[in-house]
Design a protein around this ligand. Structure first.
Ligand code: ACO
Length: 312
């Protein structure tokens, strides 16, 4: 799918409390060296005394502030999360209330596509903007995964962290660069990755095998759709799940690893928040990249997977 939207701003919020590899060494039978070499993760953050919607609001306010944006223009909120505050109202509804977006009609709802959630949410919001019904969308990825982590299971507890990211988009007039999207689901017949009753369970090797293929294929697919090559792309922003997945994809595509922006070392896997947190960091660190293209790519529970090409 191809849409025309303008990226107005991005923001993020990372809760201050941390869980380091050294902390995990005291909780389960693991070593910092094992975690770092198998995953690339050294640290993750943990929300204390706040809900997913609180983190999401802080990320949204950061995006609004950095862009100098009039928040009252926002009339659509789409939140990607698998750790919403509660089943209903949606986390997007809470965000709407906490941001004070209650004086004009605002559509607000959540999207669950696990770690691919932000790409699904961005495609959904972009498509709705194309209808002409909305002025501006706030697209959020926010997760409190530490709530679902079993800290006696060394297979999963070393991987996940909390955080939120936000993006403001508006409809764009021609000749704005199009935004390309590819989203898909491959199902997960063997339930290799589930969160049931707030507990993450994962067959790491099955997820890993799916991820390596999905990320490479999603990149190739979106480049074909856009009639581009990786030379047209300034940076690839992948879902931050495991550094070895990215290294393997870089080898398969024969591109240098530095083409991929990574911050997994500091935050671990923040599911639907990881791509937008990384994108916001990249924009802060590289203001000179404005106007160039970023390729977003993700995979996750479902199994879902997808990619997008946007203009920074
Ligand atoms: N510390 C020490 N040893 C460990 C740990 C740990 N934290 N975790 C597992 N091990 C052990 C296992 O028990 C196993 O021991 P055994 O051989 O005695 O049975 C050994 O290490 C090897 O286990 P593997 O599962 O083969 O380890 P692997 O190299 O595959 O790494 C990992 C595991 C990191 C989970 C990897 O499979 C992976 O990253 N998979 C993808 C996970 C992922 O991306 N998940 C998220 C996707 S979607 C979403 O974000 C919700």
């Amino acid at each position: 799918m191809k849409t025309r939207i303008k990226l107005v701003g991005t923001g993020r919020y990372i809760p201050p409390a941390t869980i380091t590899n050294a902390d995990l060494e005291k909780m389960v039978d693991t070593t910092s060296e094992w975690i770092e070499t198998r995953t690339g993760i050294m640290n993750r953050h943990r929300a204390v005394g706040e809900m997913t919607s609180d983190m999401a609001c802080k990320a949204a306010r950061n995006a609004i502030e950095k862009a100098g944006y009039d928040k009252d223009k926002i009339d659509l909120i789409v939140t990607a999360t698998i750790t919403g505050d509660q089943q209903t109202p949606s986390t997007a509804n809470f965000i709407q209330a906490k941001l004070g977006l209650t004086k004009h009609p605002v559509a607000a709802f959540d999207v669950n596509a696990a770690c691919t959630g932000f790409i699904y949410a961005l495609e959904t919001a972009s498509s709705l903007l194309q209808t002409g019904r909305y002025r501006a969308a706030l697209v959020i990825g926010a997760e409190m995964l530490t709530r679902c982590v079993d800290y006696t299971d060394r297979n999963t507890c070393v991987l996940f962290g909390d955080g939120a990211g936000a993006m403001i988009i508006e409809p764009a007039k021609l000749p704005a660069s199009p935004v390309h999207f590819f989203t898909a689901s491959a199902c997960d017949p063997e339930s290799a990755l589930t969160v049931i009753k707030d507990r993450i369970r994962m067959d790491g090797q099955k997820v890993y095998a799916f991820a390596v293929n999905a990320v490479e294929t999603a990149i190739r697919h979106i480049l074909n759709m856009a009639a581009m090559t990786l030379d047209d792309i300034e940076v690839v922003i992948p879902h931050q799940a495991n550094i070895r997945i990215i290294q393997s994809v870089a080898r398969a595509l024969d591109v240098p690893l530095h083409k991929f922006f990574m911050n997994i070392r500091d935050y671990g896997n923040t599911s639907a928040a990881s791509i937008i947190i990384a994108l916001d960091e990249y924009r802060d660190f590289h203001p000179e990249a404005k106007g160039k293209r970023a390729l977003l790519v993700g995979f996750g529970g479902g199994f879902t997977w997808g990619s997008a090409i946007i203009t920074l």
